[in-house]
Design a protein around this ligand. Structure first.
Ligand code: G4P
Length: 531
């Protein structure tokens, strides 16, 4: 098969949702449809428990297991689908943001009872930064959820994206009878049978067909006719181009736990979702069809066994063909590496591969050479972009509890933050270290791992910062002045960028007024060339 055909065949995507909306269930059902797993429950085992009581060991153990399911490749029809797993736990949101840099599209799951929830909004912001195409799956239609029109309005309003319903629900909750597929004018009937995989399709000749009443009853048929008329009046037909540009999101209604509405979405997904797309670097755009291999690291997974401190770095292939045992250039380190055992992930098993193509994700065994954002090429100097770091929400200072082990602490903190467990900010004077995370859990994980893997002991002292702001300015003098005046709150991130830790929103707004020449950003690109 030619490189072009390999690329065309691949669809690399991720599923995002607010916890509990049904991401794990949908993942599992997609794998069932793809024939990659035979029984339900296989993916569930891997899920990080959401109860506040789940302790970090449990989570680490589960994260360990999840190496195998970080990428789930499966075949569906003539396509090869790479599904990148994103942790559902809110405290690992940063992991999810980074995984989104390695996909070409996403499926967003919404709970029809709850509508758009907080984490959905944040995840969509990340998708919008890169114009990632989005398909929406409104789940749990077997429950008494919200009105479909209201849900669509809320999606448009809260997620700032135009929507296009592809199917329309017939009833909801107890009265849910299935969906009418707007694009091919057929019915997909809901039978509420969890054991059944195939969908029950009924072809009808438009909404006036007598079969409609036979199937749904007079009242539901009439309601459907009125609603679809309204839908067709309000929403234009889907433009695939606009979807691929991240401007409109096709919407499906279903019930994942009942295998409903999944196959029709999957069929549409393979038809419209983009194959691997060109990607930006700091020097030029890289096209997947270029013969020379390029790729970047978007995730690093540590081995939780302290006796083996190896890690797996996940690399997304962006162009050309990756070959096993071939030397590639690690751009940041300016060194050549070859990989004798690159791993591919088919469904839930891991195997060594010889070749990988654009869109594929492979696991590279690493002894500490990789950082998130690192680029590998056949020699060309470039760094992939669009792998930003986001302002953490919690900040704590690292306090060394064992002065004899400061070297180990230093090394541990560096390595763990390189892995992306948390972000590290260092004060230029005195080297005080502040760690930023999205949730409390990471602090526990760091403390535990520092002790167990590096033999270092630390405590954390909470710091009341509002946000980390990466500061830039065209006016070097003003920036230098700001840094001088605010020296207690200006730290370096791990790529040596200047970051202002704003004590409060009020003070940040004040500084914005005092220093109109300075820009305060809540996100940053990882500029891995500077170390
Ligand atoms: P998440 O990964 O997004 O956090 O969600 P997950 O799939 O775990 O689903 C959350 C809960 O919602 C699960 O119930 C799941 O069974 C249920 N669920 C998923 N899809 C549907 C659906 O279409 N209809 C209904 N009624 N429920 C659905 P749970 O009680 O938390 O777990 P479990 O005991 O069922 O495994």
């Amino acid at each position: 098969m030619s490189l072009e055909q390999e690329i065309e065949k691949r669809k690399t995507f991720g599923i995002i949702s607010h916890p509990d909306a049904g991401k794990t269930t949908l993942t599992e059902k997609l794998l069932l449809f793809g024939g990659a797993i035979q029984t339900a429950g296989a993916v569930k085992n891997n899920k990080i428990k959401k109860s506040a009581a789940s302790d970090f060991m449990d989570i680490e153990r589960q994260r360990g297991i999840s190496v195998a399911t970080s990428v789930m490749a499966f075949h569906y029809k003539d396509k090869l689908i790479n599904l990148l797993d994103t942790p559902g736990h809110r405290d690992f949101a940063e992991d999810t943001y980074r995984t989104l840099t390695a996909v070409d599209s996403v499926i967003l799951v919404i709970d029809c009872v709850k509508g758009v929830e907080a984490q959905t909004e944040r995840l969509m912001e990340v998708c919008r930064m890169r114009d990632t195409p989005v398909i929406v799956y409104i789940n749990k239609m077997d429950l008494e959820g919200r009105d479909a029109f209201d849900l669509l309005d809320e999606l448009e309003e809260k997620l700032s994206i135009n929507v296009r319903p592809m199917s329309w629900p017939i009833g909801i909750g107890r009265t849910f009878q299935g969906v009418y597929k707007i694009y091919d004018k057929s019915l997909n009937l809901f039978e509420g049978d969890k054991t059944k995989i195939a969908e029950t399709k009924v072809s009808i000749d438009g909404l006036e067909d007598k079969k409609l009443i036979e199937q749904l009853g007079e009242e539901a048929a009439e309601e459907l006719r009125t609603e679809v008329e309204l839908v067709e009046g309000v929403y234009d037909p889907l433009s695939v181009e606009e979807y691929r540009a991240g401007k409109v999101a096709p919407v499906f209604f279903g019930s994942a736990v009942n295998n409903f509405g999944i196959q029709e979405m999957l069929d549409k997904f393979i038809e419209i979702a983009p194959s691997p797309r060109p990607r930006h670097t700091n020097t030029r755009e890289v096209f997947p069809t270029e013969p020379k291999f390029t790729g970047f690291i978007f995730k690093i997974h540590a081995n939780i066994d302290p006796r083996h401190r190896d890690r797996i770095a996940f690399l997304r292939v962006c162009s050309g063909t990756f070959e096993r045992n071939t030397f590639y250039r690690h751009i940041r380190l300016e060194k050549k590496f070859k990989f004798p055992n690159p791993a591919a992930f088919l469904a839930q098993s891991k195997s060594v591969i010889d070749l990988a193509y654009p869109g594929d994700v492979i696991g590279l065994y690493d002894t500490g050479n990789f950082k998130i954002g690192d680029t590998l090429t056949e020699g060309e100097k470039m760094m992939f972009q669009g792998i930003p770091s986001f302002s953490p929400e919690m900040f704590k200072e690292v306090i060394n509890k064992d002065p004899m082990k400061s070297k180990q602490l230093e090394k541990g903190v560096r390595q763990l933050t390189d892995e992306g467990v948390a972000q590290l900010f260092v004060m230029p004077i005195g080297s005080r270290k502040i760690i930023g995370t999205v949730g409390e859990l990471q602090f526990e994980v760091i403390k535990y791992r520092l002790e167990n893997e590096y033999g270092a002991k630390c405590d954390f002292q909470a710091k009341n910062y509002f946000k980390a702001c990466w500061i830039t300015s065209d006016n070097a003098e003003k920036k230098a002045e700001f840094i001088r005046i605010k020296n207690q709150e200006i730290l370096k991130d791990k790529d040596n960028n200047d970051v202002y830790l704003a004590p409060s929103e009020f003070i940040l707004n004040m500084e914005r007024q005092n220093y109109p020449e300075i820009e305060f950003h809540f996100t940053s690109e990882f500029k891995t060339q500077s170390t």
